[in-house]
Ligand binder design. Structure first.
Ligand SMILES: Cc1cc2nc3c(=O)[nH]c(=O)nc-3n(C[C@H](O)[C@H](O)[C@H](O)COP(=O)(O)OP(=O)(O)OC[C@H]3O[C@@H](n4cnc5c(N)ncnc54)[C@H](O)[C@@H]3O)c2cc1C
Length: 485
């Protein structure tokens, strides 16, 4: 009798939103997963409040998109205000403008997301161990020995892993153990972050208000339910304790929030950093362990979710022996430039909106008026698309169609298959697939050796392909286009 080879678990270090999503993506690919966190309980404090529809593709493949939508709220857009809170420009999101069938931007309370991820981990039967800290890693041939210390007792034990994902946040232990370092892409920026609840809904527009005042840059936004977020840049020498009581009430008054309950007020240092090395052997980094971004384009968590969405299928391929370990080289090669582009964009947007001295104010006013007046530029300001992945072994951007589509996400279009309406992701399945034109209003999907013709309900896929002069696109398991022609 021959027995099946037993694959050791993939150890995911850190049960924050990125690690939890990674564990779900791996478990849904049939891999044994061990999720470790040194904390006994989730912190319960909100940080991220915004997620775009591209990052939602990762939550969808993790099986939690519908639950996420149930606890989040569409975000209406961005309103830029001057120091006296007069509107400089407004960029509204049109409902239904997104290409993935969801709002282009959603507002949410991070503990709600973490709670539903925990429930999904239970549902998928993922082994989660809290209060266990990873303290050492030793690489073997095709495996990694992970040394774990129990926080309560200090007792240590070793776990053999087929791969290790370091999703252990900004002060990552795994990053240090694999010899990687953060590289600065900008200066640190100190902000006061205030979470509020209001018994009576505040009379504010349901979008992000950005106060473009170099003297006191600030942001105010409704989150979800009765929750609101206010953030203000701290001045040199000032700390969070200086902005309490009447000082804080004065900053909140323009939004009608002076009487709202302050749930917490804390100082955060926002950094612009990306790691210089994403992998050693079978140990890989993702999430805040690999990058930290200023908050201006709301991409910290979004970047992390993209990291693990684009990594999970590669981990599955390597640990099951379907691909060699060199596939892991593509992780940093793809994620590094993408993360650096978004971190630099966030730093630039921050400077444009809140930087400069008094002299920058009239320039900003003139430029914003011009941008808001040109619909194409205004649409760009609210577009949720992130930069395409750079060319590489898994992104072939040759040819006109390849240049337009490879490295971007296939739209999550509505299709009708055998009379039932669904989304293209349901037809693409978990592997690589080919989407091709198949006559008027019809698209053929070849996945797992099987060809299925579907109706392109809104014409979105036909339009997407023909707009790039493509007849077909090869789509990777993470919904990224590998090649088109
Ligand atoms: C004020 C603020 C506002 C933000 N707003 C947004 C936003 O609107 N949109 C957005 O996309 N992002 C935003 N972000 C960023 C976002 O919150 C983070 O990018 C995201 O939470 C990081 O998730 P993570 O899972 O990578 O890390 P974390 O949530 O930090 O999780 C890491 C986990 O690893 C565990 N751990 C650490 N070391 C070990 C070890 N040695 N062994 C075992 N476990 C370990 C920790 O206990 C922790 O639970 C914001 C951040 C801040 C601070």
């Amino acid at each position: 009798m021959s027995s099946q080879p037993v694959v050791p678990p993939v150890v995911v270090v850190g049960a924050g939103p990125v690690g939890a999503t990674a564990a779900l993506l791996l478990a849904r690919r049939g891999l044994p997963v061990l999720l470790l966190d040194r904390r006994a309980h989730p912190p319960g404090l909100p940080r991220a409040v915004h997620l775009d529809d591209e990052a939602l593709r990762a939550l969808a493949d993790a099986g939690v998109a519908e639950e996420f939508l149930a606890v989040s709220r569409p975000m209406a857009g961005l309103r830029l205000l001057d120091a006296r809170h007069r509107t400089l420009a407004e960029f509204r999101r049109t409902e239904g403008a997104g290409r993935h069938g969801w709002p282009q931007a959603s507002m949410f309370h991070q503990p709600d997301l973490e709670r539903l991820l925990r429930t999904a981990l239970d549902r998928e039967g993922v082994e989660v161990r809290s209060g266990e800290e990873v303290v050492a890693l030793a690489e073997g041939d095709g495996s990694v020995t992970v040394t774990v210390a129990e926080r309560d007792t200090g007792r240590r034990r070793d776990v053999v892993a087929s791969a290790v994902l370091g999703c252990d946040g900004a002060n990552s232990t795994v990053r240090g153990l694999l010899g990687a370092r953060m590289r600065d892409l900008g200066r640190p920026d100190r902000w006061l972050v205030v979470d509020l609840r209001a018994r009576v809904p505040l009379p504010v527009w349901p979008g992000v208000h950005q106060v473009c005042d170099p003297v006191r840059a600030a942001t105010f936004m409704p989150v979800s339910g009765d929750r609101y977020r206010f953030e203000a840049r701290l001045r040199p020498g000032e700390d969070a304790a200086d902005l309490t009581g009447p000082a804080l009430a004065g900053l909140l008054a323009p939004f009608g929030a002076q009487d709202a309950e302050v749930v917490r007020a804390a100082e955060y240092v926002h950094r612009a950093q990306v790691v210089d090395r994403w992998r050693r052997g079978r140990v890989l980094l993702a999430g805040d362990a690999a990058h930290l971004t200023p908050p201006f384009v709301g991409q910290g968590l979004g970047l992390g979710l993209r990291d693990v969405h684009q990594l999970a299928w590669k981990v599955a391929a390597v640990v099951t022996g379907a691909a060699g370990e060199e596939l892991f080289d593509t992780h940093g090669a793809e994620r590094g430039p993408h993360a650096r582009a978004l971190v630099r964009l966030a730093a630039l947007v921050g400077r444009l909106m809140t930087g400069g001295g008094a002299g920058a104010v009239p320039v900003r006013r003139a430029v914003l008026a011009a941008v808001a007046g040109v619909p194409a530029l205004a649409a760009y300001a609210t577009d949720s698309r992130t930069p395409p992945l750079r060319p590489g072994p898994l992104v072939d951007r040759s040819g006109r169609a390849g240049r337009r589509l490879a490295g971007t996400l296939v739209p999550r279009a509505r299709v009708r298959a055998g009379g039932d309406e669904c989304r293209i992701d349901d037809v693409l399945g978990a592997g690589t697939a080919v989407v091709a034109l198949a006559g008027p209003g019809r698209v053929a999907v070849t996945a797992g050796g099987r060809r299925t013709e579907v109706d392109d309900v809104d014409g979105a896929l036909t339009c997407w392909l023909t707009g790039a002069r493509a007849r077909f696109a090869v789509v990777r398991p993470d919904r990224v286009v590998r090649a088109a022609g």
